[in-house]
Design a protein around this ligand. Structure first.
Ligand code: BJW
Length: 248
């Protein structure tokens, strides 16, 4: 990166996909108000009740496979930002998403890290092979790599498991000039700690775009509140026009 390039890291959470029709986790009526985390989102849950866990993810995978869920104006605006920022040679835009849906890629985002995995993939517990999964996952499937049976689990990160690509993410956070946090409540670590991590560098501008103040709201330089399809396209427009805001 030379002095004229400015890297942007965007952290997204469930809030960005809410207007596409996907439930968030901790809002009223959200996923964790309907099922217990301990029953579906821990390695222990999968060990004890594999069928229940597979069914929880099968039910969330189906609407994506059936094409019922589409990216919204917020996903589209971020894809536009990545494209235009790099074509104008201003630097690189990377989205680090906690979401396991595929809406960022459907919108056209290319530099994308799924730190909590992808629901449209399965992972072999025996050999680590990761494969596309666009059907219900049960216990009959065989891993095409190691031919193991009963070994395919959803490629998602449960509580107590290490999120994916953490070294890559921290390397990006270390050199970014702008950190944008979108649609996340700031309850789940390590993602919730990213704003503090980038804040060590006093030149990084940190903005939160969310429906309401997150747990870490006071750590940002600026916050704009509203449903994602409102402030995000507007902020992208401003960014492309005026560049990254200064902290001074
Ligand atoms: C809108 C909107 C609109 C609404 N527009 N905005 C103490 C005890 C035990 C563990 C820990 C502990 N302290 C820390 C931990 C670690 C733990 C953790 O953070 N626990 C906390 C709960 C305390 N973290 C982990 O375990 C992580 N792993 C880890 O730390 O590994 C370290 C390790 C070290 C050594 C060995 C091994 C490991 C893993 C976390 C995995 C999280 N997994 C889930 C499920 C993934 C699969 C799935 O989807 O089912 O990820 S949980 C769930 O929460 C999901 C999400 O990605 C994640 C974050 O949720 P998000 O996106 O913030 O959603 P919400 O609902 O919380 O917020 C939505 C926001 O949007 C709200 O603010 C709304 O206002 C807003 N909104 N509509 C804009 N239209």
């Amino acid at each position: 990166m030379d002095d004229t390039q400015w890297e942007i890291v965007i952290l997204t959470g469930a809030g960005i996909s809410q207007e596409s029709g996907l439930d968030t986790f901790r809002d009223k009526g959200g996923i964790w108000s309907k099922v217990n985390i301990e029953d579906v989102a821990t390695p222990n849950a999968y060990q004890k009740h594999p069928k229940r866990v597979q069914e929880f993810y099968n039910a969330r995978r189906r609407p994506l496979i059936e094409g019922l869920i589409k990216p919204n104006a917020a996903h589209n605006a971020l894809a536009r930002l990545e494209k235009e920022w790099s074509s104008e040679n201003r630097g690189k835009v990377t989205i680090v998403t906690q979401n396991i849906d595929n809406l960022h890629e459907m919108a056209g985002s290319k530099n994308l890290i799924h730190m909590h995995g992808e629901i449209l993939k399965a992972r072999c517990q025996k050999c680590g092979n990761i494969l596309i999964c666009n059907t219900d996952l049960g216990f009959e499937e065989v891993c095409p790599e190691c031919t193991g049976k009963d070994v395919l689990r959803p490629h998602v990160v449960w509580f107590g498991e290490m999120p994916l690509e953490m070294d890559h993410i921290y390397a990006l956070l270390e050199k970014c000039a702008l950190f944008i946090s979108i649609g996340t409540s700031g309850n789940v670590y390590p993602a919730a700690g990213f704003v503090q991590f980038v804040g060590v560098n006093l030149n990084v501008y940190k903005i939160e775009l969310n429906l309401e103040p997150s747990e870490g709201a006071t750590l940002f330089d600026e916050a704009r509140y509203g449903a994602a399809t409102d402030p995000i396209p507007l902020f992208v427009e401003e960014l492309l026009l005026n560049g990254i805001p200064s902290r001074n």
